[in-house]
Design a protein around this ligand. Structure first.
Ligand code: BG6
Length: 466
């Protein structure tokens, strides 16, 4: 019988800026997320602490104050693991201070203690789509090499502080997203040149490697991974030109994993830099630092897409942030994300073959509108179907011999979406009474999927496909 490993880490994944709210509470500074109230694709809104305007993200689902109730609900589902992030700007409000903000550190102590009560393992992302806004305004974001030291100081601070509580870490969320959204990824303006973006990415890759080194020194029994946006592409046709264009498109995101897992720049990227006039400053020390490779590879997977070498066809069909051409064989979500469970088995095999390091699926899920019934229950069969179909493919990949540490579905509780800053795109097993104006009661309710996922965990996956 096909089975999940005994110690498989079942759980869910959230991110500080999408759940916590409390955007300036207890000394927190403004982050890049706070100045993008309409999400990572929206306009920048310069903010002043004295300004009374409030945005949905400022409140979000108020996890900052309500986390004990939420953790209890996760525990009721049987979570073994919860992925969340530390908001860098709670710990270092401007990013360049010497001394951390004690109130920010204390919040995460309490959060991790609460998780420990139920035996839920924290999996912590150091930077999930946010950084202190001052680092962008004053230094120009990751384009400035000094950010490596600021990040290192932050990483050292939290590794020291939580060394007995957190044994699973991730460096930068979806590190390859910088190629599409440089402001959120590396704190650069959207008009930046490719050279500027790749230089900033280089600094971030070095910072990630230095964090890996620090983590090993400070918490020898921890494991630290990277985090990729799994942007799996298929050739639109079997024309050799399409196949090659697809390989090169996939290399654009796999490159990050190659550096973080193998410790140097792959030849195909050096060629790309050469042929596109991209000259990076890479020091000998950088090359040495990059040798600190990750223990495991984590990634998000929501959809797949197609690639074509036909420029006219490509221009016509690109309509999303990842510039994926639509696959005629796949259905789409209400947000146009193409649903492809088999693609999850494919990407798991691809990453395993390439890196031979354990994999962790740290995001997967369906963003959908939920309409409560007259009795206020939420029958989200569409979500159950999506998740179940994907988990069956995870089980198939395990059968293929892929080493998978765990699965944390995205947004186990409804949260604010990253791309557009909306709450109507819901991912949760737990419904939150919140609206786009941020005036909801914030009451939490179990959806039908809550009971479904509880049973999946209880049976260690053997209930799937029943
Ligand atoms: C991933 C991010 O890109 O996708 C999450 O790591 C994000 O932060 C998730 O929320 C889903 O995207 P969205 O735009 O639906 O929130």
């Amino acid at each position: 019988m096909k089975q999940f490993p005994t110690h498989f880490l079942w759980g869910g994944a959230i991110a500080a800026n999408q759940v916590e709210g409390a955007y300036l509470t207890d000394g927190k500074g403004f982050s890049t997320s706070d100045v993008l109230p309409q999400g990572i694709t929206g306009p920048v809104v310069e903010r002043d602490p004295a300004d009374e305007t409030r945005y949905l993200k400022d409140i979000a689902i108020d996890f900052y104050h309500r986390y004990p109730e939420d953790i209890a609900l996760f525990a009721e589902m049987g979570f073994k693991c919860l992925r969340t992030s530390i908001a860098w700007s709670r710990v270092f409000p401007h990013g360049d201070e010497k001394q951390p903000n004690e109130a920010g550190l204390a919040f995460y102590d309490q959060l991790f203690d609460e998780m420990a009560k139920y035996g839920i393992q924290p999996l912590i992302t150091l930077s999930h789509y946010e950084m202190p806004w001052t680092l962008v305004k004053k230094y120009g974001g990751w384009g400035d090499r000094r950010l490596i030291a600021f990040f290192e100081h932050y990483a050292r601070t939290v590794f020291n502080r939580y060394q007995s509580k957190v044994k699973l870490w991730l460096t930068f969320n979806e590190i390859n997203m910088s190629l599409h959204e440089p402001l959120t990824g590396v704190g650069l303006s959207r008009n930046s040149t490719q050279s500027e973006i790749y230089q900033a990415i280089h600094h971030q890759l070095v910072a990630s490697a230095r964090a890996v080194k620090l983590c090993r020194e400070i918490i020898p029994d921890a494991q630290i991974g990277n985090m990729l946006l799994g942007g799996l592409m298929y050739p639109l046709t079997c024309k050799p030109e399409d196949v090659l264009a697809t390989l090169q498109k996939n290399q654009k995101w796999l490159f990050f994993g190659d550096v973080q897992s193998r410790g140097n720049y792959p030849g195909y990227m050096l060629r790309y830099f050469r042929e596109n006039g991209i000259e990076l400053t890479i020091t000998e020390q950088d090359k040495h630092d990059l040798k600190n490779t990750v223990d495991f590879i984590s990634f998000s997977y929501y959809m797949s897409g197609c690639m074509t070498a036909d420029e006219a066809e490509y221009q016509k069909q690109q309509g999303n942030i990842l510039h994926m051409v639509a696959n005629p064989y796949l259905p789409s979500s209400e947000w146009g994300w193409q649903i492809d469970p088999l693609g999850l088995r494919t990407i798991l095999n691809l990453l395993w073959d390439r890196y031979q390091k354990p994999l962790f699926i740290v995001e997967n899920g369906l963003g959908a509108k939920d309409t409560p019934e007259a009795d206020s229950s939420i029958r989200d069969d569409y979500r159950i179907q999506y998740l179940s179909d994907h988990l069956i493919q995870v089980r198939e990949a395990i059968e293929d011999g892929v080493d998978i540490m765990g699965y944390t579905s995205w947004g186990p509780i409804d949260l604010v979406s990253a791309s557009k800053g909306e709450i109507s795109k819901r991912y949760g097993y737990i419904y939150v009474d919140q609206n786009e104006q941020g005036t909801g009661s914030l009451e939490r309710r179990r959806k039908k999927s809550f009971y479904w996922y509880k049973r999946v965990i209880e049976t260690n996956g053997s209930s799937l496909g029943e």
